[in-house]
Ligand binder design. Sequence first.
Ligand code: GLA
Length: 391
Amino acid sequence: MIDKALECFKDMFGSDGDIRCYFAPGRVNLIGEHTDYNGGHVFPCALTMGNYGVARKRDDRMLRWYNMTYPHEGVQEKSLDELVPNDNGLWYDYQHGVLWAMQKAGIEIPFGYDMVMIADLPAGSGLSASASIEELAAVIVRDLNELPISMVDCARFGQISENDYNGSNTGIMDQFASAMGKKDHAIFLDTADLSYEYVPLNLKDEKIIVTNSRVKHNLTENSYNSYNTRRKESEEALADLRKILDIDSLGELDEETFDSNCMSIQSEVCRKRARHAVYENRRTIRAVTALQNGDLEAFGKLMIDSHVSLRDDYAVSCEEVDILVDEALKLPGVIGSRITGGGFGGCTVSIVKNESVDRFTGDLGRIYRERTGIEAEFYITDAGDGAGRIR
Ligand code: GLA
């Protein structure tokens, strides 16, 4: 991948000077969905798929970028002084937003850069392609300009780009996973205070399989309206609960406290959304303990409960993804399966015994094709390192 981008960079921008190579991964979330903007826990890992960038610092403030995935768009040119929030949701908008967020926070970025990028991560499928390109921009500009910011800051600026430059009101999970990922580990992150712990995955007899339904959520239209709606519904539920409970987020509640106070939430829909947020957060904490105790069966059961709750209470699944999960659970050697990411299409994540992997991809692919007419894609994934310079 990176060699292709390097070759393209040299053709396009010349081969002289200090040319550097970077990578920023996508992520898969194992459990803890729609909890990150509710002050709860998440448990994602960085993928080994993501976006690669080749870049060289300029001696002016121009940004000249080319994305090999979208050759027809040509070189995108913009000055660091003319970045303006918009709702186009294009690859360079997510990246411009990061530089805009840094400058808004008072970080001086003296020089722009030329860049060529290339991806091996499908966009719009719930694997955080947008966070991956945000973190790519963050690590490139940080390295080339020697900015005094941490990788957690990079995650924060990615989220600000997403929220305030691109208008989707997401939490910080995706950017955090892309920035802070660690090979063979998942990240147990408490989004209430950004404290985190790396948990070894240690899967010797099982594989993590991501299945792409290839039903795409569109980042700027319906799904993000729906995503933003879910967030508003959670906030409305919290506001009602705060009339009788002294809490700052749904993540502070356990199931019992929620159940005995939930009738103070006026709208039934908001009550269901909040129930998901509370129960999912607790499930995530229990799932991590189960994994640490080597009890993968218990982890898998919690993944299944998570899917049911996302389908019924949070209403972010869809027919095709439900088919993938239901059919996966009928196959031998499947320990757990659930929708992953923001939802409204996208991917499932499943834990499958090594000896059942071929059957899983073969049978599930066939059944899904028969039932939907769509060819699913399978990625047998490893947890990878977070964003950074690779050469
Ligand atoms: C998207 C958002 C994340 C998170 C997930 C759902 O991926 O970017 O912040 O809310 O959806 O868990």
